[in-house]
Design a protein around this ligand. Structure first.
Ligand code: ADP
Length: 505
């Protein structure tokens, strides 16, 4: 019986496989972490072979514990950490180097040079992205220039590039034995190499990074009736299932939160936070440090664009309180500690550990704790950390309002931090709008499943999906307008104190 859709969710710290039924309810899951490889300060790598092996294990384990086989799945979707870059040999399946992760800052000098010499402006106008270490292009260039023999291999057709979606789709469809070298348009829109208007690789952008076009995967829709290929009998499912959905993780969460109308927004709070606002079939070009990106594209319909604000450090600031300062024993305890005081008593914590992403894009910034006096305690710091998570999202909401003229009147939220009731209440207070969390918290995997299921008519359209969405919890704003605005003014002042701290040439 084809009653289920499966989704691989390949994230920054772990990979999970989830199975959903026709109502969008979970029917099974399995999850495994992978190693974070930190060769030196600012460098972050993953082993692509380990990730593929763990993907195979989580698929097998979830299917076995749900007592399902390949024939029970109508289709399969893939969602993934974005921008993370793999270059591999398509004849052997061996990567030439570890995957360079989105958080890696080894290309910071290159990013500053692009800003200085004016190419950054061209990249922004074509790809919708500011030059930053975050995106894939400079990571590919780094591998081509620094790993012995890879450039020659690429010129011979013996080295290909992919983000994690491509790497997994290629492996799932047979790898060296005929694997499909494809990516979806949302992942492609994060490379700095795709033209947002043509939805194709752009020769001028490729020339900026000296990347041979032949290395790149074919760009396909996020939901593909024709499919990207099928799994093979030799693969982890032990049978053939059509792969018909693929989206970058934040795009998948937008679909999972059923933000299908222009003006709808979702914010995912995990390691970092990612706020996406659906701008409809119109790409809105940012002058305020937001990213223009493809939200999703279903089949041959027009692409739906989004404005995105990305914050590098939010939930990971809570981890820092736990692991580096030791003032809490678990992330959840941040709430208990913060509740010991009624407010942060005038202190601000800006966790700009690896510079600031949107809307500032300042790689010269570093973290700061300001406003301290003898009076302050670890409880104030915990409270300031939760407020920082919320103020940094306010920065994004401000920029989005200016940019698009679209202001959203409710924010849909998901991710690990949304378990923190105080933080979500503070978010509503700081934004001045309600914050709403759905019953199905696994919006990323769900979005990939939705894209896959739509392609094969398992679900008939977005209206049917929207009907699955149910609110679990809503927080209403309680602060006065005065408190909201004076609090935010203090945050902006604190952010200024973090700038110009390190020299990035
Ligand atoms: P990711 O997918 O990026 O790994 P998750 O959505 O799993 O992230 O969320 C994990 C993050 O959420 C961690 O950084 C953790 O510190 C944070 N977190 C989890 N629970 C809480 C909580 N109750 N309060 C604050 N932060 C939390």
């Amino acid at each position: 019986m084809n009653d289920f859709v499966g989704a691989v969710d390949q994230g920054t710290t772990s990979t999970r496989f989830m199975i959903f039924d026709h109502n969008g309810n979970e029917a099974g899951r399995h999850q495994l972490e992978h190693q974070q490889i930190l060769p030196c300060s600012g460098w972050v790598e993953h082993n692509p072979v380990e990730i593929w092996e763990r993907t195979a294990v989580v698929i097998q384990s979830a299917m076995a514990s749900a007592h399902l086989g390949a024939s029970d799945l109508v289709a399969l979707g893939v969602t993934n950490q974005r921008e993370t870059t793999v270059v591999w040999n398509p004849h052997t399946g061996r990567p030439y180097y570890n995957a360079i992760v989105w958080q890696d800052t080894r290309t910071d000098r290159l990013a500053s040079a692009l800003t200085r010499d004016g190419r950054g402006k061209i990249i922004q106008s074509k790809a919708g992205l500011p030059p930053a270490t975050y995106f894939s292009a400079a990571k590919i260039q780094w591998i081509l220039d620094n790993v012995e023999g890879v450039r020659r291999a690429a010129e011979r057709g013996d080295a290909v590039f992919g983000t994690m979606d491509s790497w997994l789709l290629w492996n799932l469809t047979g790898g060296p034995r005929g694997g499909a070298h494809v990516t979806d348009v949302t992942n492609a829109s994060r490379t700095m190499l795709m033209n947002l208007q043509t939805l194709d690789w752009d020769d001028e952008l490729l020339s900026f990074f000296d990347i041979p076009r032949a290395m790149l995967p074919a760009i396909r829709s996020s939901s593909e009736p024709a499919g990207y290929g099928t799994t093979t009998g030799a693969g982890p499912l032990g049978g053939e299932v059509a792969l018909t959905g693929a989206l970058g993780d934040q795009h998948a969460a937008t679909v999972g939160q059923v933000c299908f109308a222009a003006g709808q927004a979702k914010n995912t709070y995990g390691t970092g936070s990612f706020l996406l606002l659906n701008t409809g079939t119109r790409a809105v070009w940012s002058g305020n440090g937001l990213l223009t990106t493809v939200g999703y594209r279903f089949g041959d319909q027009d692409p739906v664009y989004a404005l995105e604000g990305s914050i590098a450090v939010t939930g990971s600031a809570v981890q820092w309180l736990r692991d580096n300062l030791g003032i809490i024993a678990s992330a959840a305890q941040s709430e208990e500690l913060a509740r010991q005081v009624p407010d942060s008593a005038g202190i601000y914590f800006v966790p700009a550990f690896s510079g600031l992403f949107a809307p500032y894009w300042r790689s010269d910034a570093r973290g700061a704790l300001v406003g301290l006096s003898r009076f302050h305690t670890s409880a104030h710091l915990a409270r300031a950390t939760l407020e920082a998570i919320c103020y940094s999202s306010r920065d994004l909401a401000e920029a989005m309002g200016k940019e698009s003229g679209v202001t959203f009147d409710i924010l849909r939220v998901d991710g690990g931090v949304t378990a923190n009731d105080l933080c979500m209440q503070t978010q509503a207070d700081i934004l001045g709008i309600p914050v709403s969390r759905p019953v199905i918290a696994e919006t990323t995997a769900l979005g990939a499943a939705y894209a896959a299921g739509l392609a094969v008519n398992f679900w008939k359209g977005t209206d049917e999906l929207a009907a699955h969405w149910r609110e679990d919890r809503r927080w209403e704003p309680e602060w006065s307008a005065d408190r909201r605005e004076s609090g935010y003014a203090g945050w902006r002042k604190a952010v200024e104190r973090t700038l110009n701290w390190v020299d990035v040439g």
